[in-house]
Design a protein around this ligand. Structure first.
Ligand code: NAP
Ligand code: ZN
Ligand code: ZN
Length: 346
């Protein structure tokens, strides 16, 4: 069984520290991967600190994994050693329910096995990408286009697909007005992807501090949500608003920015209930919805789209030893726009 070094949280309050464990011995359908890079998603912080409840320790976070195949099981047909591959937020699902058969494994009716803080089908805790190696069934491994840099591709496995999926589902494209709330790890991918899809893109950020970055990333417009004028200027304007902010907000103000049939989609997880009034919804047939990552086929579609459009994340690569400092900087909004751990530094 391959032993691997890692960084783990031992409880909700203690900083991450060195840890080691055995990955399962690769089976017939498994792909063994040398993890080169792993992105730091805000979800890693929520879960390491048990902010959503139910966290299991020790926890090795990390679900934006980019690496190189080292070996494959005898029955693997999709991968071979040397290929650039990714692993995202889940590593298995029931494979037979309606959702799994539709390629919506992230919404598996039985159980999605998440990459960490979850249990695999044998009842073992899953450990994520803040580690050196991982073994994953070939059906849950993704091909990373070879023209993309591996470090900047890692965040596509969560931040990328989390924005790509709702943008596709709600029809972002030419002639459609899309807003992204929050220019962080998820938000900056939303701007790049919606722009590449041909939509007219607006960033709704807390201030105008990131205006230059927003325009460079592909935004057509940039507004501060701290300015009340924003909510009068943009009234009834958007076909789709994707919220990436993990905090409470006055959601009625954003519903008011939707055009008839517009949708406000939550991908960030607000830490308080999303309260809205009924009339702004019914008078313009507006929708409030949620969306979680994307299925395997759609994640591959997103990676291929990024390969064709030369899209990757804007990253700051750090050694594993700086992960705790990086968590604090994410909480302060001090990252442009995703930390990626160089797992070779373990
Ligand atoms: P992030 O990099 O920290 O970005 C969040 C952004 O939200 C910040 O850059 C900031 O943008 C804005 N923001 C932060 N605190 C705020 C506050 N108190 N009030 C208003 N705006 C604030 O985080 P992330 O990695 O993008 O993740 C965002 C959220 O999505 C997290 O809750 C994460 O758990 C969740 N998530 C969901 C999925 C899914 O499948 N649905 C997948 C991955 C992550 P501005 O400065 O531009 O305002
Ligand atoms: Zn994530
Ligand atoms: Zn299923």
């Amino acid at each position: 069984m391959p032993n691997t070094k890692a960084f783990a949280a031992s409880d909700a309050k203690t900083p991450l520290a060195p840890f080691s464990f055995d990955r399962r011995a690769p089976g017939d359908y498994d792909v063994a991967i040398d993890i080169k890079f792993c992105g730091i998603c805000h979800t890693d912080i929520h879960q390491a600190r048990d902010e959503w409840g139910g966290s299991v320790y020790p926890m090795v976070p990390g679900h934006e994994i980019a690496g190189i195949v080292t070996s494959v099981g005898g029955k693997v047909t999709k991968f071979k050693p040397g290929q650039h591959v990714g692993v995202g937020c889940f590593v298995d699902s029931c494979r037979t329910c309606t959702e799994c058969r539709k390629g919506l494994e992230q919404y598996c009716a039985v159980e999605t096995v998440f990459t960490y803080n979850s249990k695999d089908k044998d009842g073992h805790n899953t450990y994520g990408g803040y580690s050196g190696k991982i073994v994953v069934d070939e059906n849950y491994v993704l091909r990373i286009p070879e023209n993309l840099p591996l470090d900047a591709s890692a965040p596509l496995l969560c931040a990328g697909i989390t924005l790509y999926s709702p943008l596709r589902h709600w029809g972002a494209g030419p002639g459609r007005k899309v807003a992204i709330i929050g220019l962080g790890g998820l938000g900056h991918m939303g701007v790049k992807l919606a722009h590449a899809m041909g939509a007219e893109v607006t960033v709704l950020s807390q201030s105008l501090k990131k205006l230059g970055d927003g325009k460079r990333l592909g935004a057509d417009h940039f507004y501060a949500t701290s300015d009340p004028e924003t909510f009068t200027t943009l009234k009834g304007h958007f076909d789709l608003i994707v919220n990436t902010v993990p905090a409470a907000n006055e959601w009625d103000r954003f519903v008011g920015l939707l055009a008839t049939d517009g949708a406000l989609v939550m991908v960030g997880v607000p830490d308080e209930p999303v309260a809205v009034n009924g009339f702004p919804l019914i008078t313009k047939r507006r929708t409030i919805a949620g969306s979680m990552i994307g299925g395997i086929a759609e994640t591959q579609e997103m990676l291929d789209f990024c390969g064709r459009h030369n899209i990757a994340s804007d990253v700051e690569v750090i050694p594993m030893q700086q992960v705790n400092e990086a968590f604090e900087r994410v909480l302060k909004g001090d990252v442009r726009y995703r930390f990626v751990i160089d797992c070779g530094t373990l």
